[in-house]
Ligand binder design. Structure first.
Ligand code: P6P
Length: 339
């Protein structure tokens, strides 16, 4: 029986490293540990309905949100693995007010700083809705050997060395880019390996899916309202309107749209006048993936990756997906937000 060649994440990382002159393996080791943490979180997420792990840990995170036990587990697991890699000087996550510096000597010599949302969409866990881990990897600005500085974690998205997400859905996938395209790896739990399943993902220039929480319609910017109505009109070419698909989990909504073509929208709302999604550890990594797969990501006026964070938990309006759909949205925003 013909067995097609399976490329595991580790093989892929090593092969890619060989292409980078002077690559010394640090980045590869870091990404390998991200993969290990993802497998550990996969295991817990997939038995959340069984173990008593379901439900709230009783603590509150910096966002004032109830921390689900899996939030805490994911935060601790990725922290532990990133520390164990010895390549990371510290981590900034949604669950902590400020970045966590790793004090071990080996980590202090780490060249990389990581920003992440350990378990995005966790409020959906007990409804069995897909959730995700989102991560960004930066080269540190502070001197190697010293404690990391706040600036290490507040770099513009254009400085990302790599970014990705893990989607814990009907299957668990790790999707990442290191600036040379987007590759997706599906976890084969029978061998405990992420295997290359989506090489060089290219998102369609346009699609028929728009994803937005229309419950906030009353407070959307006029340009967004006009875009939604545009999506609901009958399209001459297809003879039907667009399709609305929104699951309330960024990684799941974005991933579906990236593969099929579509646009994800989270504008300013009355509850979140700056937008809900956090720039540093949600929008920047997803924006890097969007652009590397041929799509676009904007805050409604500027390219997301060019925004200066300023603070770790800054929220921004976020629109990401198919390039032509993002362009059409920008036309509406520019026209209606200037009248
Ligand atoms: P809303 C999940 O809580 C999250 O941070 C993202 O994963 C998701 O896209 C968004 O919030 C959903 O927000 O207000 O529509 O429930």
């Amino acid at each position: 029986m013909f067995m097609h060649k399976v490329t595991t994440l580790n093989q892929f990382i090593v092969e890619r490293q060989a292409e980078i002159p002077g690559a010394t393996g640090e980045f590869s080791r870091l990404l390998h540990h991200v993969g290990i943490a993802a497998k550990k979180v996969h295991r817990e997420v997939n038995k959340a309905g069984l173990a008593d792990i379901l439900g709230r840990a009783g603590t509150i995170n910096v966002q004032g949100e109830n921390q689900q036990k899996l939030d805490v587990f994911a935060d601790n697991t990725f922290m532990d693995e990133l520390r164990a890699s010895g390549e990371c000087c510290g981590v900034a996550t949604e669950e902590n007010e400020s970045a966590v510096a790793f004090d071990e000597d080996l980590c202090r010599r780490g060249k990389y700083a990581v920003c992440m949302d350990p378990l995005d969409g966790s409020s959906n866990i007990d409804a069995n809705v897909p959730v995700g881990t989102i991560f960004s990897i930066y080269r540190r600005l502070s001197p190697v050997g010293e404690r990391p500085s706040e600036e290490d974690f507040l770099q513009a998205g254009t400085a990302q060395i790599a970014a990705g997400y893990v989607i814990y859905g009907s299957s668990t996938m790790l999707v990442y880019t290191a600036g040379r395209g987007v590759n997706g790896f599906t976890l084969d739990a029978s061998i405990g390996e992420f295997c290359l399943s989506h090489p060089l993902v290219q998102t369609p220039a346009r699609g028929r899916i728009y994803s937005i929480n229309e419950g906030n319609y009353a407070n959307f910017p006029v340009g967004v309202k006009k875009y939604i109505k545009y999506c609901q009109e009958i399209d001459e070419a297809s003879g039907r309107p667009y399709t609305s698909r929104y699951i309330g989990s960024l990684v799941a909504d974005f991933h579906r749209n990236m593969l099929r073509g579509g646009l994800f929208l989270y504008p300013e709302t009355s509850r979140y006048p700056e937008g809900k999604l956090r720039l540093v550890y949600e929008c920047n990594p997803v924006a890097f993936i969007a652009e590397q797969s041929g799509g676009a990501a904007t805050n409604g006026t500027r390219r997301v990756l060019e925004l200066t964070p300023g603070s770790l938990h800054r929220r921004v309006p976020f629109y990401a997906g198919s390039r032509e759909m993002a362009g059409k949205l920008m036309e509406f925003l520019e026209f209606f937000n200037h009248i």
